[in-house]
Ligand binder design. Structure first.
Ligand SMILES: [Zn+2]
Length: 462
């Protein structure tokens, strides 16, 4: 072999269709072959990694992070250096961030800025756009960006106060453009009128504690908004991806829409599967303010079932941690002024394995699908990423299922003093991570290099 070769021996190689006990051969930046135990023993390789007793997974893809993102008077605390290091420690080898259109400005300009920020990345990265308006100028930029490898766009049905709300007429227009150009529209679904009604009611009654964040952002607001988007999809046949689905009812609505044949996809997040609004009643409840709000046990269970049944296809982290001191300073004790969002770029795999696989809610092939393969398919990274077949990028995460430990802000690598999963009992640990055939994490230690990560150009299949 002319290129550097690595043999990962004796692991349990997981794909979305099953598990193979065997060996994985990497040559240069790509997967060369998969085989049964010992299949490549006659080949001379540069390095051998013993994976016996461990899971060998396609590197995780995080479809939803907000790095360097300004919001509600602060900036999210992860950047492409500390954020991609934390992601890699969590087994993630590619992430997709958002480039937000400046108000009445050009999304292309912001994309160029984000590209500069990403030059320090330790892992591969890509970008979605966030659209704030449906003006002719904005709509004209979309086909150009789709051609350039940015085929996914997010918009909001809320945040009227910060000028982010897209009304139905605008959504119809922006459904049409990416669809024609070969793109997908991502929607943050919460009905703004319902939120505003409840918010004013709570504030008028002097309710300022964090739990009123959940009361003022009820599940009904999300459900109505998702149903509305499904109805709009019947007017314009276009692909839609519902971000951070959090309610039990939404699982049923999305399932029905899929049965009707609508091209709807949906994501939930680690925190909507494992945390409830009870967190908002705790002393530091303001740290758990995110939108949509944390829900109930019933919702957690329904989301796990939705994942198992396949109507919820992916897990994003929605990583948008905010410095704790900023939450306290900006909010002045009012839930509605707390900059929302939680850090989550690192714990996804450990939480999904411990809470999902070990508790019998999902199996390993499903874990691989929701954290990698399905994401790659939906967002146009497949077949380059999302699986360990010959010719794919050698993005590999080795997970040792044996260690048992307790998750805490004291032992994570995220740039924050807060872990939403503080105290969770964890089974297993990310041991080694390769991105395009290069070690990023080796036996638990960071060995990757800043600037190694490359932009992934994405194109969707029509
Ligand atoms: Zn988000």
């Amino acid at each position: 072999m002319t290129e550097r070769s690595i043999l990962i021996k004796g692991g349990r190689i997981v794909s979305e269709s099953g598990i193979l006990e065997g060996d994985l051969l990497i040559e240069g930046e790509q997967i060369k072959a998969q085989g049964t135990k010992g299949a490549f023993d006659n080949i001379k390789v540069d390095e051998t990694v013993d994976a016996s007793g461990k899971y060998v997974l396609p590197g995780l893809i995080d479809p939803h992070v907000h790095f360097n993102s300004p919001f509600m008077g602060t900036v999210s605390l992860h950047d492409y250096s500390n954020g991609t290091i934390a992601a890699a420690y969590g087994g993630t080898t590619t992430l997709i961030d958002f480039s937000t259109q400046p108000k009445r400005g050009s999304i292309v300009e912001n994309l160029r800025q984000k590209e500069k920020e990403a030059q320090v990345s330790y892992i591969d990265w890509s970008m979605h756009g966030i659209l704030l308006d449906a003006s002719p100028e904005t709509l004209r930029e979309i086909p150009e960006l789709v051609r350039e490898g940015v085929p996914s766009y997010k918009c909001f049905t809320t945040y009227k106060h910060s000028d982010r709300l897209m009304d139905d007429a605008s959504i119809l227009k922006i459904l049409e453009i990416p669809a024609e150009a070969g793109g997908i529209l991502m929607v943050h679904c919460e009905d703004d009128s319902i939120l505003e009604y409840h918010l004013q009611k709570e504030l008028a009654q002097g309710h300022f504690e964090p739990i009123y964040h959940a009361r003022s952002r009820p599940a009904s607001a999300e459900n109505i908004s998702i149903q509305r988007v499904i109805d709009l999809m019947k007017e314009v046949a276009a692909k839609v991806y519902i971000v951070h689905t959090s309610t039990a009812e939404s699982v049923g609505m999305i399932q029905s829409a899929r049965i009707e044949g609508l091209p709807i996809h949906s994501e939930t997040c680690t925190h909507y599967l494992t945390l409830t609004e009870e967190k908002l009643k705790e002393k530091d409840g303001y740290l758990y303010i995110c939108s949509p709000a944390l829900r109930t046990k019933k919702d957690n269970e329904a989301l796990w079932k939705g994942l198992a049944a396949g109507c919820i296809e992916t897990i994003g982290s929605d990583d948008a941690g905010v410095p704790t001191e900023d939450r306290i300073r900006i909010s002045e004790g009012r839930f509605d002024k707390v900059p929302s969002g939680m850090p989550g770029v690192e714990p996804r795999l450990a939480i999904l394995y411990s809470e999902g696989v070990c508790k019998g809610k999902i199996d390993m092939p499903k874990l691989v699908s929701i954290t990698s393969t399905a994401i790659a398919r939906i967002f146009g990274l497949y077949p380059q990423k999302g699986h360990l077949a010959p010719g794919a990028d050698a993005d590999v995460t080795i997970y040792d299922p044996k260690p048992e430990w307790v998750m805490s802000a004291k032992n994570h690598h995220m740039n924050t003093d807060f872990s939403p999963f503080e105290g969770f009992k964890i089974k297993g640990k990310v041991e080694t991570v390769l991105c395009r055939g290069s070690f990023v994490i080796k036996k638990g230690e960071l060995v990757g290099k800043s600037g190694f990560g490359k932009r992934v150009i994405r194109h969707l299949k029509k």
